[in-house]
Ligand binder design. Structure first.
Ligand code: PMP
Length: 354
């Protein structure tokens, strides 16, 4: 830390992103990206748009926003496009949390929530999950806080049904409930249609997973128009051109190529089912996944050891050191070939270790 770094950030512990090895020698199953390239239209539109990079992007991302709104049958003023969903999550912490509205989220969830709370100087509480990693909905009833729920949750892969989310929203009418749907396309039910019913609901999503655009950085929020207006106040006070030209164009292409996205989702879900069965045969246990990753632990072998041995065999998964989950690894579901390589490696590891 330099002598110039502001004291107000002195104790900030930044978010640690998953490793991005530069040599591509690894089978990368550690950051929940899609193993499939962006759609043909997404790449082509981005390439064409690159020729106009001398000009700023449209601060309203009008064409993309209208297309996104139409996708869910909403008005354009109910949608805000952002630089990844991380950006809209940060906007939500800035816009809707303060001393009167502290943040609340699970003790095991997306690791960026406490970092946003810290950098935005917002008080927060972490609510323990049940022992089986499910959310105890009663813990969120009438708590008078700005609630953040990843649904499905990460890294646990478990989803809450909409009826339970409704209970949480309805019991906290004076606070915003943010439902982070980064992984919703892989089998859970989306809350986006509920934004027409509840003025205290914000739903966030991303193009990083099912739409193969993690490197483009494109996310979005859905809410009533008043909340979107608030979020725009934050956006225009920080980074009006938050969605760059190429990414905006790629997003339009991805939406036009929705069949491609749907086919990839189907493949990932099939590969997930296959991998879960194979993992069980090798002695792993895991919650039923509604995401593009599997949260698995071996009944006998230490989670850190499995992570390390996979790494030595050229396969990267995500290992967390938090004591409650340190026996688990989060494994991104990739192509069938990648999953076969993973299972072969784990077969060797379990045979040697036992
Ligand atoms: N929410 C959750 C639960 C996530 O796991 C991630 C991905 N790391 C994000 C949000 C942010 O994704 P992105 O900024 O790429 O949209």
């Amino acid at each position: 830390m330099s002598e110039f770094f502001s004291k107000k950030y002195a104790s900030l512990e930044p978010y640690t992103p998953g490793e991005q090895p530069r040599d591509m020698q690894y089978i990368k199953l550690n950051t929940n990206e899609s193993p499939f390239p962006p759609s043909e239209k997404a790449s082509r539109y981005a390439y064409e748009e690159a020729k106009k990079l001398n000009l700023y992007s449209d601060p309203e991302s009008k064409v993309l926003t209208e297309k996104m709104a139409a996708y869910y049958g909403l008005e354009a003023n109910q949608v805000l496009m952002t630089n990844g969903s991380d950006e809209i999550l940060n906007f939500a912490f800035m816009a809707f949390c303060d001393d009167e509205h502290p943040a609340a989220f699970a003790n095991i969830t997306y690791g960026f929530y406490p970092v946003f709370a810290e950098i935005d100087k917002v008080p927060y509480v972490e609510i323990p999950l049940n022992e089986d990693f499910t959310i105890n909905v009663d813990d969120y009833i009438g708590i008078n806080k700005t609630i953040f729920i990843a649904n499905p949750n990460a890294p646990t892969s478990i989803a809450l049904p909409i009826s339970e989310i409704r209970r949480i929203i309805e019991s906290n009418p004076n606070n915003i409930v943010v439902i982070d749907e980064a992984y919703v396309d892989f089998g859970a039910e989306s809350c986006v249609p509920l934004v027409n019913e509840y003025k205290n609901l914000l739903v966030t999503q991303t193009f990083s997973k099912s739409r193969s655009l993690a490197g483009g950085r494109l996310g979005m929020g859905f809410a009533c128009k008043e909340l979107i207006q608030d979020l725009n106040t934050i956006k225009y006070s920080t980074n009006p051109y938050n969605v760059n030209r190429m990414t905006g164009a790629a997003g339009i292409g991805a939406l036009e190529d929705d069949e491609y996205t749907k086919a990839n989702i189907k493949t990932i879900m099939e590969n997930r089912a296959w991998t879960m069965e194979e993992l069980k045969k090798l002695g792993f246990t895991m919650p039923d996944s509604m995401t593009n990753f599997i949260f698995a632990k071996h009944e006998k072998i230490d989670g850190g050891e499995i992570y390390q041995k996979l790494r030595e065999k050229g396969i990267l998964v995500r290992h967390f050191t938090k004591p409650l989950i340190c026996q688990y690894n989060r494994i991104t579901v990739g192509t069938k070939e990648q999953m076969e390589a993973l299972i072969n490696a784990l077969r060797e590891i379990t045979e040697v270790s036992l």
